[in-house]
Every structure is written in C-alpha cells, then in structure tokens.
Write a protein that binds this ligand. Structure first.
Ligand SMILES: Nc1ncnc2c1ncn2[C@@H]1O[C@H](COP(=O)(O)OP(=O)(O)O)[C@@H](O)[C@H]1O
Ligand SMILES: [Mg+2]
Length: 259
C-alpha cells in the first residue's frame, strides 16, 4: 500500500432525479490502496455514485472526504486535480484519433501549457509534448496495448478500448481510479489480464474503485465491497460474506440476475 493513494469517505450521499431516488443515504469508506467493489443490479445507482464523486452530477446532500479532508465534488476538473480519475460505462474515446493520441489528450489536462500550447507548438510546448508522448507510450505498454499505438481507437476491440480508457485515465496520474464496468465486452482471457492490470495498479499505489457485473472477477480481486440496490446500501464488507448475505441474494435473484 502506498502512502500516496487516496482514501475516499462518503457519508450520507443523496441524489434524486425527479421523484426517483438514485442514491439514498449512501455511506462508504474506501481505504487507501485497496481495490473496492461496487456492485448491485442494473439501476441500483452505481454509475450515479461515480457521477457524484467525480463532479458530473451535483449531489443533493452528503459529505465527501479525501484522506480525511472534505472536498466538494462540484467540478470535473477540480476532482481530477484532487487525484481522482475514472472510466465510463459507455466508452468515451475519440474514435478517429489514434490510441496514442487518446492517451496524450488525457495527459494534457495536467500539464502547464495544456492543449492550446501544444497546438501553437512553441519550443517549450514541443519539449513538453515529447514528454507527454513518451509517457503516453509507457501507459499503453502498461495496460498491454502498446502495439496498437497507431490504431484509431474506433478500430480496437471492445476489450482494448476499455484498456485504452484505463490508460487515458492513468495519464492524469490519479491516486484513486474509478472504473465503471471495465470488463464489459471482454472475453475470458482479457478478463484475466484485466485482473492482473488492476492488481498492478493497486500495487503501484493507486486506490481502485470498481463497478463490475462479473461476480467472479469482483470476488477475485476486491478487498472489500458495497452492494447497492434501489439506491441504498444493502450490504458492505468482505467479498466472501457478500455471497451468502440474504439481502444480496434477494437483490440479485429478484432482479432475475444469475449471480
Ligand atoms: N441523468 C439521469 N436522469 C434521470 N434518471 C437517471 C439519470 N441517471 C441515472 N438515472 C436513474 O437512476 C437510477 C440509477 O441509475 P444508474 O446509476 O445508472 O444505475 P447502475 O449504474 O447501478 O445500473 C436508474 O433508475 C436510472 O434510470
Ligand atoms: Mg451503470
């Protein structure tokens, strides 16, 4: 565990859409350097939770802390600066750009000159751009798709697009990485590789928050987890205790899932 990884504490988070309560008094603590699972049937509020902690949706109420210090998840940029990065359930890549360029875009947000400087191509910016490119290449290798750096993102397999999203998120040097269903569309081999990648990320000092439907994958990698149903926390604890938890069984069987 790294001293740098972030601890995220959420207390009493609420978020409604009209009359629908998507998050209802959700509290959880993700310890620094662990892989934390967030599971639950479709519509349970998992993605809403991500959107709230990353500044995409404004919570109705709740207290949010990073390493014990309150933070206000009200701007996507501010949250990124605080050290949180995420991927999206519906992949959000620039399909016409290469894999390398997609990761470079992720990196620009944390550089001094930013995207404008890169476009103007002044000497200092060119030097910076070279560093960004080198780092982007390292990250593609890190997630296992270095050989595809010149492929346009839209031409990669789903599994590789998901890994590219992870590389782009890592380009901001996050201390907490939130992944929304990263294994969706991956085959069995890719899932094994993903598990290794997440272990590597954790080992390198980044806290990981994982939304995932594949119960085997979640159980295999998560240190602890929360189960949501209809916006409420129905269980929290060690993966092995979740499998036998009556409320969890009921939520999954009730939703017709085959957990
Ligand atoms: N932007 C939105 N506007 C209205 N309702 C939303 C919005 N986002 C999510 N919801 C609703 O909130 C509930 C939780 O959705 P979501 O967080 O996407 O669930 P999950 O990711 O667990 O499948 C669902 O009923 C969904 O329809
Ligand atoms: Mg979702």
């Amino acid at each position: 565990m790294s001293a740098d990884a972030l601890r995220l504490t959420v207390s009493g988070a609420n978020k409604s859409f009209g009359g629908l309560s998507a998050l209802s008094d959700v509290s959880l603590e993700i310890r620094a350097g662990e892989v934390y699972g967030l599971i639950g049937p479709n519509g349970a509020g998992k993605t809403t939770f991500f959107n709230v902690i990353t500044g995409l949706y404004k919570p109705d109420s709740g207290r949010f802390e990073l390493n014990g210090r309150e933070y206000s998840p009200t701007s996507v940029h501010g949250v990124a600066k605080a050290g949180i990065a995420r991927t999206f359930q519906n992949i959000r890549l620039f399909n016409a750009m290469t894999a390398l360029e997609n990761v470079m875009v992720g990196r620009y947000v944390r550089t001094r000159h930013g995207l404008i400087g890169a476009v103007l191509r002044l000497p200092a910016e060119r030097r910076e751009e070279h560093e960004i490119e080198t780092r982007a290449r390292e990250l593609l290798d890190y997630v296992g798709i270095g050989r595809f750096e010149d492929f346009t993102a839209g031409h990669l397999s789903y599994g590789d697009q998901r890994r590219l999203e992870i590389a782009r998120a890592l380009a901001t040097d996050p201390l907490l990485l939130a992944l929304d269903e990263p294994a969706a569309g991956m085959n069995a081999t890719e899932k094994v590789e993903l598990t290794r990648l997440l272990q590597k990320i954790r080992g390198d000092g980044c806290t990981v928050l994982l939304i995932e439907h594949d119960v085997k994958l979640v159980m295999g990698i998560c240190d602890r987890m929360t189960v949501l149903d209809y916006g409420r926390v129905i269980a929290q604890g060690l993966p092995r205790d979740m499998l036998t938890h009556p409320k969890v069984i009921e939520a999954y069987l009730g939703a017709g899932a085959t957990a």
